[in-house]
Design a protein around this ligand. Structure first.
Ligand SMILES: *[C@@H]1O[C@H](CO)[C@@H](O)[C@H](O)[C@H]1NC(C)=O
Ligand SMILES: *[C@@H]1O[C@H](CO)[C@@H](O)[C@H](O)[C@H]1NC(C)=O
Ligand SMILES: *[C@@H]1O[C@H](CO)[C@@H](O)[C@H](O)[C@H]1NC(C)=O
Length: 581
C-alpha cells in the first residue's frame, strides 16, 4: 500500500498549488482606460463582423526543448479563436502608436516590435523558467482600441518550468492548449478592470449595471447573456449575475468564474486535472463584452449544478441540502495519520479517481482528480501498479466504483477503477473490460460478472444518461493537432477529421476536408475553416447576419440571443391551461 499512498501525495499536491494567472500591476491599465472612456464614439464603429486574427509575437523564442510544442499550441489557439469569434476590425493594419506605454512590468515592448501588424489582436509573449513562482502562464490586455475599448495588444508570459511538464501524452498536450486558451481569454478582455467598459454591441451603449458584491466577497457580474445562461443552467429565475471567484487575491479573484459553482469550466481560477470544459458560459461572457460575436459551434456541456436551483447557486455546500457535487470528509494533508485512500471516489463527472479535498479555490471540498489516476490520460497505465486490475486509460475511459480485480493476481484494490466505456445514440452507457461488455444503462446497477475470474464487480454511475449526454471527447484529444470542443476537433491548417488525423490542404467544414465551402458557410482564409452562421442561428445571409434563430433564441440585430427558459415553461403552461378550459 505504501507505494500508492506515496504516489498520491507527490503528484496531487504539487499540481494543485500552481495557479495559472497573475496579472501584472494594473494601475497603468486602469489609468489608460479612464483617459479614453469619455472619448469613445461607439456610433462610428464599423458594423460588420469578421473572424478574429490573433498574432503571437515572441520577445524571445521559447527554449529549444519546448519551442515546437509552444508553436503548435499557439497555432491551435489562434485557429480556435479565428474559427469561433468575430470582431469589428480596425480599418487597415493594427499600428503600434508612439504614444502607447511600452513598459508593462513583466516586459518592455522593444522598438523593433513597435510596428504595424496585419492582425486584430497581438500578444507579446515572453518566457521565463522559474520554479519559485506559482504561475504557469499569465496574460493581460494592455492597449485598447480607441472607439470600442476592445483589447488590441496584450502581453503574455510563459513559465516554462511548468509548461515543460505538459509534454508527452495527448492529454498533457491538451492541458498546455487549455492554459494558453485560458490566458488568451483574459487577454481578449475577461478581466475585472474591463467590466465597466463592456457594452451592448447591438445598440453600442454601455450597460447600466453595478457589479454586485456578496457578503462573502464573491461578486456577481450582471452581464445579460452570462446571467441568462446561468439562470437557465442552474434553474434559478432571478440571479444577480454570473458569480466570480473570490479566492487567491488580485489576478485570480474577480476575473474567473467561481470554482464552487462552475467547477471544471476553463475560466475558473486554476488548472484542474481531468477534463476542463469550454462551455457556453465563456462564450456568453465574450459576447457580453461587446467586443466579440460567436459563430455557430457546439460547446462542452456542463453537468455540475445543472438544475440544482437558486439554493445551490447561492449557498453551494453551505446549504442545508447536501449536493453530490461536494464531498464532506476532506483529506487533511497536514495530519500524518490521515490516509488519502480513505477519501477516494470518482470525480463528479467520472473522468478520474479523485481525493476529497479543498483545492484552495473552493469553499467546498470536492473530489479532485489525482493526476496519475486521471482516466483520460493514456500515459497513466503503469504495469507494476495496475496489472490484474484491468484498468484502461485514454480519452474513452471513465471512473467507476468497484472494479474487476483479478482473483489470481496480487494487486492493489483501491475500490475505484478506470474502464473503457461507450455510449450509443440513445445515451445508453456500456462498460467494456477485457473484451466483455457490461450494460450500465441503469443508474446504480451492478452488472453480473464472472465470479471465478474476478474478486468483485462494479457499480454503475447514478446518472449514466447524463454522463453520456455530456460526453465531449475527441479521439486521442485531437492528436496534438487541435483542440476538442463539444466532441469536435478544431485542427490547425493542414489537418481535418474527427481527430485531426487526415491531411487537408483545402478548407475544413466541421470534420470534413472540402474543396469549397457549402451553402450557409463562409470560407475563411486565416483559419482555412468554413465558418457557419452566427451561434444558435438556423439560416443566415452572412457569417454575421442571421435571418432565423434556433428555438429558444431571439433575433436581435442579426444575432441570436438566448430567451429565458423560464418564460418558455410559463408560456407552455398557460397554453396547457387554455386547452384544459
Ligand atoms: C467595415 O469593415 C469591412 C470589413 O472589414 C470593410 O470591408 C469595410 O470597408 C469597412 N467599412 C468602413 C466604413 O470602414
Ligand atoms: C441590446 O440592446 C437591444 C436594444 O435595446 C436589446 O434588445 C438587447 O436585448 C440588448 N442586448 C443584450 C445582450 O442585452
Ligand atoms: C441605470 O440604472 C439605475 C438603477 O436601475 C437607474 O436609476 C438609472 O436611471 C439608470 N441609468 C440609465 C442611464 O439608464
Amino acid at each position: 500500500m505504501n507505494q500508492i499512498i506515496l504516489f498520491l501525495f507527490t503528484v496531487c499536491f504539487a499540481a494543485s498549488d500552481i495557479w495559472n494567472i497573475r496579472l501584472p500591476s494594473q494601475t497603468k491599465l486602469l489609468q489608460k482606460l479612464r483617459e479614453n472612456r469619455n472619448d469613445r464614439k461607439l456610433e462610428d464603429v464599423n458594423n460588420s463582423w469578421e473572424t478574429i486574427r490573433i498574432h503571437f509575437e515572441f520577445l524571445e523564442p521559447p527554449p529549444s526543448d519546448i519551442l515546437q510544442q509552444t508553436n503548435t499550441v499557439l497555432d491551435i489557439v489562434k485557429t480556435f479563436f479565428g474559427r469561433h469569434l468575430l470582431v469589428k476590425r480596425q480599418t487597415g493594419n493594427l499600428l503600434w502608436k508612439s504614444s502607447y506605454e511600452t513598459d508593462w512590468g513583466l516586459l518592455t515592448i522593444p522598438v523593433s516590435l513597435q510596428k504595424s501588424y496585419d492582425a486584430d489582436l497581438v500578444f507579446f509573449v515572453t518566457q521565463e523558467n522559474n520554479e519559485q513562482v506559482e504561475y504557469i502562464a499569465r496574460a493581460a490586455p494592455v492597449i485598447f482600441d480607441e472607439t470600442t475599448g476592445r483589447p488590441i495588444f496584450g502581453i503574455m508570459q510563459m513559465n516554462n518550468y511548468y509548461m515543460k511538464e505538459f509534454q508527452g501524452t495527448d492529454a498533457k498536450f491538451e492541458a498546455a492548449v487549455l492554459i494558453v486558451l485560458h490566458e488568451s481569454i483574459h487577454g481578449l478582455g475577461f478581466t475585472d478592470n474591463l467590466y465597466s467598459n463592456y457594452y451592448n454591441s447591438t445598440t453600442n451603449e454601455k450597460y447600466n449595471f453595478t457589479v454586485y458584491q456578496r457578503v462573502n466577497q464573491q461578486i456577481d457580474l450582471p452581464t445579460p447573456r452570462l446571467t441568462q445562461l446561468a439562470e437557465n443552467h442552474f434553474g434559478c429565475s432571478k440571479l444577480l449575475g454570473g458569480t466570480m471567484e473570490d479566492q487567491k487575491g488580485g489576478g485570480t479573484a474577480g476575473s474567473h468564474l467561481e470554482r464552487s459553482i462552475f467547477y471544471n469550466e476553463l475560466m475558473t481560477g486554476a488548472m484542474m486535472t481531468g477534463n476542463s470544459l469550454f462551455t457556453e458560459f465563456t462564450f456568453a461572457l465574450l459576447e457580453d463584452s461587446g467586443f466579440y460575436r460567436v459563430t455557430k459551434h457546439v460547446a462542452d456541456v456542463q453537468l455540475w449544478g445543472k438544475d440544482k436551483g437558486c439554493d445551490f447557486y447561492k449557498n453551494q455546500c453551505y446549504s442545508n441540502l447536501q449536493y453530490k457535487e461536494f464531498c464532506t470528509d476532506p483529506y487533511n494533508e497536514n495530519d500524518e495519520s490521515d490516509d488519502p485512500l480513505k477519501h477516494l471516489s470518482c470525480s463528479y463527472t467520472h473522468t478520474g479517481i479523485g481525493v476529497c479535498l479543498n483545492d484552495g479555490l473552493v469553499e467546498c471540498p470536492y473530489y479532485y482528480v489525482i493526476p496519475d489516476l486521471d482516466c483520460r490520460d493514456a500515459d497513466n497505465y503503469d504495469e507494476t501498479l495496475f496489472s490484474g486490475t484491468n484498468f484502461h486509460f485514454g480519452y474513452d475511459s471513465m471512473c467507476l466504483q468497484g472494479g474487476f480485480v483479478s482473483k489470481t493476481r496480487a494487486v492493489y484494490d483501491i475500490g475505484y477503477s478506470c474502464y473503457k466505456y461507450s455510449c450509443d445514440e440513445n445515451y445508453r452507457l456500456t462498460i467494456i473490460v477485457d473484451g466483455v461488455e457490461y450494460d450500465c444503462s441503469v443508474g446504480g446497477s451492478s452488472p453480473s460478472y464472472d465470479t471465478n475470474k474476478y474478486k468483485s464487480g462494479i457499480i454503475c454511475p447514478d446518472n449514466p444518461k447524463d454522463l453520456c449526454q455530456s460526453v465531449s471527447e475527441c479521439p486521442n484529444q485531437c492528436n496534438k493537432k487541435g483542440y476538442c470542443l463539444g466532441g469536435l476537433c478544431t485542427c490547425i491548417a493542414g489537418y481535418a477529421g474527427r481527430a485531426c488525423e487526415k491531411t487537408c490542404n483545402t478548407y475544413r467544414n466541421g470534420i470534413e476536408c472540402v474543396e469549397t465551402c457549402p451553402t450557409n458557410t463562409f470560407a475563411d482564409d486565416f483559419t482555412k475553416y468554413c465558418i457557419g452562421c452566427p451561434a444558435n442561428c438556423d439560416t443566415c445571409s452572412a457569417k454575421d447576419v442571421c435571418t432565423l434563430c434556433e428555438d429558444s433564441y431571439q433575433l436581435v440585430g442579426g444575432f441570436c440571443q438566448p430567451l429565458p427558459t423560464y418564460s418558455l415553461i410559463l408560456v407552455t403552461s398557460i397554453i396547457a391551461l387554455f386547452l384544459a378550459i
